[in-house]
Design a protein around this ligand. Structure first.
Ligand SMILES: Cc1cc2nc3c(=O)[nH]c(=O)nc-3n(C[C@H](O)[C@H](O)[C@H](O)COP(=O)(O)OP(=O)(O)OC[C@H]3O[C@@H](n4cnc5c(N)ncnc54)[C@H](O)[C@@H]3O)c2cc1C
Length: 380
């Protein structure tokens, strides 16, 4: 087993870091303050193929392996967590299922613009009464000749305010019969789809997360992704990959926090010496540094299994729960090392703390990840 990045992966990390330092770090402050999405930066990122990380070059993607994809998301999130979230969700749970489950015509109509960053994607599973229990979703898709009529409400749609293509999970019904969940590709301009106001979030404020409603929204059969009733299979397989994106995001935020804490601990002087000379501060740094490294190894191992086409359900849940909890811990410790200044907006550490928390919540809470891990362990 290879534990070191390949030469190509090391080059990718260096090049994304260079771009992120140049374009994303300063933008993160502004995005947090104004909640405005920077389209000019997104356009540059599209040119660098960040919107089609694992999608083959024939569709305009970068055709990267899974570990490289995690490295890109980590580096972007390190500089700008809200943009990391945009890229992670767009790639992991929007472009990826369209690639894996779409037909040739859907690839032409939807995957090309997604992979080339001409349209931003969303994944709309959560509803007011269906959070951790996705099986409780109430959005309905009723067959009407060659179309479906969709009605329902989605909440917490990441990228919602800027999306062009939305994957909507709905309960399919025909002639009064329940046919299970299906997934529909719904363009933002389609009549009957409406976006609600942007959420006033605690962190990740630069990402326009919003609710989305469907009122008699007529969708042609050609826009159904995969089989009728095949939505659960698509959701489960997509979320397995999506969790790796969240683990990579969390890793980026944790690393940014550690780097900022080390810098501050070397600069700040108390009792006549730098605070990094105190054993208590060194213990905090050592603990966080070790756990970040463990998160990276867990994440890359799960990516490696995905790349080899092996089962990685448990490993991706382990990577997600561990990396996100370490991100929260690393940022909490980071604020502590910054003392009172950590509690102000003079340093980015308070933003890292706010940004990190949601990694324990979305794409399955930590409690749900543990349910997944325990189920897999008990199978064995
Ligand atoms: C910023 C943000 C962005 C998001 N983006 C998206 C998105 O793009 N697409 C999308 O579909 N969703 C998205 N979500 C929704 C997110 O995935 C859900 O919030 C999450 O799955 C939890 O659902 P819930 O909020 O309804 O909490 P609930 O399911 O109501 O959970 C509340 C609490 O109960 C616990 N709990 C529930 N069931 C169990 C159980 N069986 N065992 C133990 N504990 C349990 C949970 O862990 C949690 O602590 C986003 C959320 C946020 C905050």
């Amino acid at each position: 087993m290879r534990l070191e990045p390949t030469m190509k992966q090391a080059v990718i990390r260096r090049s994304v870091r260079k771009f992120s330092e140049r374009r994303l770090i300063a933008a993160a402050v502004e995005m947090d303050k104004t909640e405005q999405f920077p389209w000019d930066i997104a356009e540059e990122m599209a040119g660098l193929q960040y919107f089609g990380l694992e999608i083959p070059a024939t569709y305009g993607g970068a055709g990267l392996d899974s570990v490289s994809t995690a490295i890109v998301i980590e580096e972007i999130s390190k500089a700008n967590a809200a943009m990391g979230l945009c890229i992670s969700v767009h790639n992991g749970v929007a472009a990826s299922p369209v690639y894996l489950f779409g037909n040739a015509e859907q690839h032409r109509r939807f995957l090309n613009p997604l992979a080339q960053g001409k349209k931003i994607g969303t994944f709309c599973l959560t509803e007011p009464n269906a959070g951790s229990d996705a099986s409780a979703l109430e959005t309905n898709a009723i067959r009407d000749g060659g179309d479906y009529i969709l009605n329902g409400n989605k909440v917490f749609v990441t990228n919602g305010g800027i999306s062009g293509i939305n994957l909507i999970f709905a309960k399919t019904r025909a002639d009064g019969k329940d046919l299970g969940f299906s997934v529909f590709i719904v363009e933002s301009e389609r009549e009957g789809l409406e976006k609600g106001p942007i959420e006033d979030l605690m962190g990740m404020r630069g990402n326009p997360v919003c609710p989305l409603s469907l009122r008699d929204c007529r969708i042609p059969l050609e826009n159904r992704l995969g089989d009728e009733g095949g939505g659960l299979k698509i959701a489960l397989s997509t979320l397995g990959g999506g969790r790796l994106g969240i683990a990579a995001q969390a890793l980026g935020i944790a690393q940014a926090s550690l780097d900022a804490s080390i810098k501050y601990a070397k600069e700040r002087r108390q009792f006549g010496k730098a605070i990094c000379d105190f054993g208590a501060i060194q213990d905090l740094l050592a603990e966080v540094g070790t756990r970040i490294e463990a998160s990276r190894l867990l994440t890359h191992r799960a990516c490696d299994l995905r790349e080899k086409g092996k089962k990685y359900t448990m490993e991706s849940a382990m990577a997600k729960v561990y990396a996100s909890e370490i991100a929260v811990e690393a940022t909490r410790v980071g604020v502590q090392i910054h003392g009172g200044y950590g509690y102000t907006k003079a340093y980015p550490i308070e933003r890292f703390y706010r940004d990190a928390k949601v990694c324990e919540i979305y794409e399955g809470t930590s409690e749900i990840q543990r349910v997944v891990i325990a189920r897999e362990l008990l199978k064995g």
